[in-house]
Design a binder for this molecule. Structure first.
Ligand code: DQA
Length: 148
């Protein structure tokens, strides 16, 4: 049996607090709930999923670099790193597969400082403002791009 293509799901700064943090904006589901949603969607499409959450920009850069040649696609919700961490832009730019930028909320409908995404120019697709359902939609977008 050939190995299932691997999707790397990356969660950035403060996303470990989902469920407790600003539920009016982010909902009451925890990050573990969202990872379970994404994992189920991945398996339904014959994909494997690996998840990493970190509050450290450099750890995300290492994970993105480590995905080169190993992972078929990246789904990334960078949290607030979205708005200023150009190192993520450059690391993602060096990744060959589909990249889905994912947000629970719609940052462009919020405070002006959230309107810039440094990830958007290198993302294949952005999914924002769909709440927890975005995790399923992001995996489906990956599956469509990979023909899985
Ligand atoms: C977020 C949006 C960002 O602006 C914010 O800093 C987050 C979460 C989202 O999923 O809606 O931490 O990425």
């Amino acid at each position: 049996m050939s190995e299932r293509p691997l999707v790397l799901l990356l969660s950035g700064v403060n996303l470990n607090l989902l469920g407790e943090r600003d539920p009016a904006v982010y909902g009451t589901a925890t990050l573990a709930d969202h990872v379970a949603t994404a994992t189920a969607a991945a398996h339904a499409h014959g994909l494997a999923l690996e998840h990493l959450q970190t509050n450290h920009e450099g750890v995300l850069v290492d994970a993105i670099q480590g995905a080169r040649g190993r992972c078929a696609a990246i789904v990334i919700n960078p949290g607030a790193f979205t708005h200023y961490a150009w190192s993520l832009h450059d690391a993602l730019d060096a990744f060959a597969g589909p990249i889905i930028e994912l947000h629970l909320s719609d940052p462009k409908a919020r405070e002006p400082w959230r309107h810039l995404s440094v990830v958007e120019p290198v993302a294949t697709e952005t999914i924002a403002g769909k709440g927890g359902d975005g995790y399923r939609l992001a995996i489906e977008a990956v599956a469509a791009r990979l023909g899985a």
